[in-house]
Design a protein around this ligand. Structure first.
Ligand code: COA
Length: 154
């Protein structure tokens, strides 16, 4: 794996939708939160290999609304790098909490987020059933509930 650089995008038009839609299949939802968010992309030799979206959701809380890594490069530590970058960005911006949401079926994401210090604080029952037009499946399970995790920043 070549060296990875992570930088903030200046312009929403540069947003890598092919990656953003891996994490969130609703372009409508993605468009809604992109407008009020900062977008950070990871590059390897000028190729965009990952992305995350950071959104203020309260005066002291930021949320990672989207995080995704190129399908051919998953499992090589880029997601962990993006999460750590998001943690230090949110800390530098003086937020006290960093939130992330995932589904009941997102087993490896739940593992990764907890391994990186996020704790489950809330389950929104049937969030994906109520808010997405088509059923979503992962690991052979239907994504039904939204699990929210939080990391306290120092
Ligand atoms: N089973 C269990 N844990 C796994 C796993 C698997 N199949 N794949 C990854 N992990 C965990 C491990 O804890 C790993 O830690 P380790 O390096 O100590 O083994 C950790 O994840 C880090 O993995 P990493 O390689 O950094 O993750 P990644 O680069 O694949 O990025 C995602 C993680 C979720 C961003 C990426 O897989 C992705 O883009 N998925 C599709 C989009 C998506 O689901 N986004 C999140 C929406 S909530």
């Amino acid at each position: 794996m070549q060296d990875i650089q992570i930088r903030e995008l200046n312009n929403f038009n540069e947003a890598p939708f092919n990656l953003l839609l891996l994490a969130d299949p609703s372009r409508k939802m993605v468009n809604q939160y992109l407008m009020n968010s900062r977008i950070f992309a990871a590059y390897s030799a000028k190729e965009t290999v990952g992305v995350y979206v950071l959104t203020e959701v309260g005066s002291t809380t930021a949320e990672i609304k989207n995080i995704a890594v190129d399908e051919n490069l998953q499992g090589k530590g880029i997601g962990k790098r993006l999460l750590r970058h998001a943690t230090s960005t949110a800390t530098d911006l003086n937020y006290q909490k960093l939130r992330i949401g995932t589904s009941n079926a997102s087993i490896s994401q739940l593992h990764l987020y907890q391994a990186e210090g996020f704790d489950i604080i809330e389950i929104k029952s049937n969030f994906f059933v109520d808010n997405y037009p088509e059923p979503i499946y992962e690991n052979g399970l239907q994504c039904r509930h939204m699990i929210t995790l939080v990391k306290y920043l120092t």
